[in-house]
Ligand binder design. Structure first.
Ligand code: NAD
Ligand code: UDP
Length: 319
């Protein structure tokens, strides 16, 4: 049986990856320090003999007994609110955490895939974003802690690949959504859905003309799985190219949720990217991948998930 280590396993994407690898017949070792994750996301796996979990901070030395065929490094705060609140941990998990996991991959002879992000393009001046665009990042701005941690993560991964011949993969993930997002993590989809469910007005930041392109989690996981199994070692964008302004998006959510609430406007956070859309030509060509779940269907599935949350979970806010 092939064995895979998934860091960030109790988070949104990590937990869906655990499910996918269990389904593919792997032995899955999940690792997480629960700083932004929740054991609830993986509690359904705890009875399985193919699953084990380590409560561990990957910025500290990482040890896993036995062989490891694959490592997926997904541990990192991922929402702007989280990484602004824990900036040093964010830098450390991208830098020290990645270094530890690359070392583990060397020791075990594992293939390692690291979770990079569209944020490495910063507030992009090239649109849509192709993998050969170097980006436009404010290194000392508040978001810089995440962007630069991820840029360093890519650089050290390529250095291990070139210098040590390590078998590496880099996925650049664009805004992904779906069940198990934390309702109060501040990202726009849980924020709007939580507001709709609580009967609050939807808070659009800025004038809402900034754009994003949202990818449903099942599509994202499929792209990541195919990249890991491919022999391609340069970064690959995995995201959904259907772009929408945040204001239009708020209107769509009002329609979907049937709420009577209206849109209110709040200041745009510093360095909030004005436009974002992946160019996925590389993923199409190399992996034969493109997203198949449309926004209407994906949003409906996500809203169905948020509707199952208890009243206490709905009112708990962090900002
Ligand atoms: P998440 O916050 O739901 O999950 C991250 C997980 O990592 C959490 O369970 C957290 O507890 C864990 N973690 C953080 N620091 C850790 C540490 N030092 N040691 C061990 N565990 C630690 O976020 P997510 O959306 O699932 O994101 C997962 C990964 O994907 C991140 O690396 C993120 O940068 C990347 N990513 C996500 C998106 C997206 O849209 N969801 C977009 C781009 C990149
Ligand atoms: N946003 C918003 N209202 C909210 C939360 C976010 O208008 O309550 C905006 C945010 O300013 C950004 C977009 O939605 O322009 C996406 O934000 P998110 O935090 O989901 O992701 P990211 O900025 O990392 O793409």
């Amino acid at each position: 049986m092939k064995k895979v280590l998934i860091t960030g396993a109790a988070g949104f994407l990590g937990s869906h990856l655990c499910d996918r690898f269990i389904k593919e017949g792997f032995h899955v070792v999940g690792m997480d320090n629960l700083i932004t994750g929740d054991l609830k996301n993986i509690e359904h796996l705890f009875g399985l003999s193919q699953f084990e979990f380590y409560h561990h901070d990957v910025t500290k030395f990482v040890h896993v007994p036995g062989k490891l065929d694959y490592i997926l490094h997904f541990a990192s705060p991922a929402s702007p609110i989280d990484y602004l609140k824990i900036p040093i941990q964010t830098l450390k998990v991208g830098a020290l955490g990645t270094h530890n996991l690359l070392g583990l991959a060397m020791e075990k002879g594992s293939r390692i895939l690291i979770a990079s992000t569209s944020e490495i393009y910063g507030d992009p001046l090239v649109h849509p974003q192709t993998e050969d665009y170097y980006g436009n990042v404010n290194t000392i701005g508040p978001r810089g802690v995440y962007d630069e941690a991820k840029r360093f993560q890519e650089s050290i991964t390529m250095a291990y690949h070139r210098f040590h011949g390590l078998d590496t993969r880099i996925v650049r993930i664009f805004n992904t959504y779906g069940p198990r997002m934390r309702l109060n993590d501040g990202r726009v989809i849980p924020a709007f859905m939580g507001q709709a469910l609580r009967g609050e007005d939807l808070t659009v930041f800025g004038d809402g003309s900034q754009t994003r392109s949202f990818c449903y989690v099942d599509d994202e996981v499929e792209g990541i799985y195919r990249l890991l199994m491919s022999d391609y070692t340069d970064p690959v964008n995995i995201g959904n190219p259907h772009e929408i302004t945040i204001k239009q998006f708020a209107e769509e959510i009002i329609k979907l949720t049937g709420t009577d609430q209206k849109i209110i406007y709040k200041p745009l956070p510093q360095d909030d990217p004005m436009q974002r859309r992946p160019d996925i030509s590389r993923a199409k060509e190399i992996l034969g991948w493109e997203p198949v779940v449309g926004r209407e269907e994906g949003m409906k599935r996500t809203f169905d998930y948020f509707k199952t949350l208890s009243k206490e979970e709905l009112v708990k806010t962090e900002h």
